[in-house]
Every structure is written in structure tokens, then in C-alpha cells.
Design a protein around this ligand. Sequence first.
Ligand SMILES: Cc1cc2nc3c(=O)[nH]c(=O)nc-3n(C[C@H](O)[C@H](O)[C@H](O)COP(=O)(O)O)c2cc1C
Length: 312
Amino acid sequence: MKPDMRVNLCGLELVNPVIAASGTFGYGVEFEEIVNLRRIGGLVTKGISAEPMAGNQSPRLIETAAGMINAIGLQNVGVEKFLADKLPPLRNYPSCAAIVNVFGYAINDYLAVVDRLNDAEGIAAYEINASCPNTKNGGIAFGSDVDMLFDLVSRAKSRSRRPVIVKLSPNVTSIAAMASSAQKAGADAVSLVNTFLALPIDIETRRSRLWNITGGLSGPAIKPIAVRMVWEAAKAVTIPVIGLGGIVTPEDAVEFLLAGATAVQVGTASYADPRATERLAQGLEQWCARHHVARVAELTGALDTTFPNPPA
Ligand SMILES: Cc1cc2nc3c(=O)[nH]c(=O)nc-3n(C[C@H](O)[C@H](O)[C@H](O)COP(=O)(O)O)c2cc1C
């Protein structure tokens, strides 16, 4: 019997729980020739700001053991060009939820993007990137302070005409506190994790390998930490959790679902294999069929934490 792969994510009916992660899938449209967008649950665009941004200087992407560190600096075409050129072709794929990732360096920057996107058709939800530094508050990331996060999310929520997913930063002491703050502020879902702050040093030159000095670590290296954080966040909130961080195989996705995720996102894996999202969606369905899982949704939060673990 074919497993039922549909999931309900804060009112969005996804054909399956596999979503392409922000910053690793362009604006979506660039992948239409590579990935069958009808076979994935959704995609998250590159982060969009009110004005176009050039991003950081090179080098801005380096490979590490089982991962990579990027300091792209949120390069993007800006909301006007996104609406004019990038969004229209996505309307040909109505079953693939188009989620727009939004960022800014002050709350008003985020609101300006949300206001502008509200009138456009064909957007399923917004994903608010809370990892950005708040330049009005000494550059502390919105997502690393419970009160700043609450302010950002409650104001974004009051302006948004669509579900608001809050993308949490993992660079915090308590991910549970951050997830609860997002929920209290009215978030419809949280997604985690974004990248871990990292510093790659070239010992010959005694300099960082990145122009920006620090960057964000992603890929398989972060997966077990991300799974733990998803588990902690899922226990702290009642809204859906989207899990990501290092997912490459269907089995990786199952770990996140068991930890409490309703859906998963796939980021860095698309760099190694641009078809990774579609391959994962298909592989997850096969995994469910092999394990007699009738509905993928039944995996969410099904982690058994009783001790001792039964012998293998
Ligand atoms: C090159 C690159 C660019 C990214 N840009 C964004 C972004 O614009 N907004 C955002 O919320 N996350 C961004 N991310 C973070 C990813 O969406 C994801 O949270 C992170 O990479 C962990 O997942 P992964 O290990 O599957 O890549 C970016 C990641 C990479 C590698």
C-alpha cells in the first residue's frame, strides 16, 4: 500500500514533508528544470530584503569536514525584483508551497518586505529569518534574545496576511525558550536550525578563510545537534516544528520527524546533489512503505525515550 505522505503544516496542505531550505535553492525558479517541483512539499526562497543586497566579498563559502561554512551575507535581488521576475513562474506549481524567507536589520525592514509581499498571489507563508543582527540594538541577533524575538514576531504577525514561520538561530543557550517566545508572539510554526557560527582558520596565513572572518556551519556535521534542538523545541511548543540541519538521506529526515518535526527542510545537500530534495521525498516514501508506516504524519514526535533501550 502506498503511504500517505501528506502533512498539514499550520494550515498548509503539503504533498509531502520535504521542503527546500532557504539560501540553497535560489528563488525556486532556478531549480524548475532540475527538480520536479510537483514532487516536493514546498520550497523556501533565498532571504528577501526590502532593497537589493550585494552580500559579502569572497571568499564566502568553504568546505569543512562533513559540511560547509558560508558567509554569503544575504545577497538578494530585493523584494521588487523578486515579485516581478522570480515569483510569477512559481505559480505554475501550486502544489509546491512557496514560502518566502524574509530578513532585515531592523523590525521595520522586515515589515516593509511583509507589507509588499502581502498583495502578491502565490505565496503560501513567510519564513522570518531571526538570525540577523539587529543594528539598532548593538548587532545582537533578533533570534538570540527572547524579548527581541518576541517584538519581531508579534509585529510581523500583526502585519502578515499569511502564516508566519519563525526560523530560529541555534546560537542560543536555550532553544526551548526561543521557540516558546516565538509561539507566545503568535508564530504559526518554527523552523530550526539555521547555521552555527563558525571560524575556519588558515594556519599558514594565520587568517580566516572567509572575508567576513566568521560564517555559518551547515551540512551533516551539524545534524545530531540539530535533531537534539528540534526535540527540545518540539517539547516546548504546540505549534508545528520544521526540522533541518544536515539532512542528506531519507533516514536523516526520519530522525527529525521522530524528534518532533512535522516537516523537514533540505539545504546543503542540494549543493552536492541539486536533485536532493526530490530524491529525499521519494526515498522517504519508500522508507515509509518498507517500514509499514501508513501515514508519514504518524512519525512526528514518535521518539521513544523510555529507558533502558531494548536490546538491538
Ligand atoms: C549558502 C547558504 C545560504 C543560506 N541563506 C539563508 C537565508 O538566506 N535565510 C535563512 O533563513 N537561512 C539561510 N541558510 C541556512 C539554511 O537554510 C539552513 O538553515 C542551514 O544551512 C542548515 O541546513 P542544512 O545543513 O541542510 O544546510 C543558508 C545556508 C547556506 C548554506
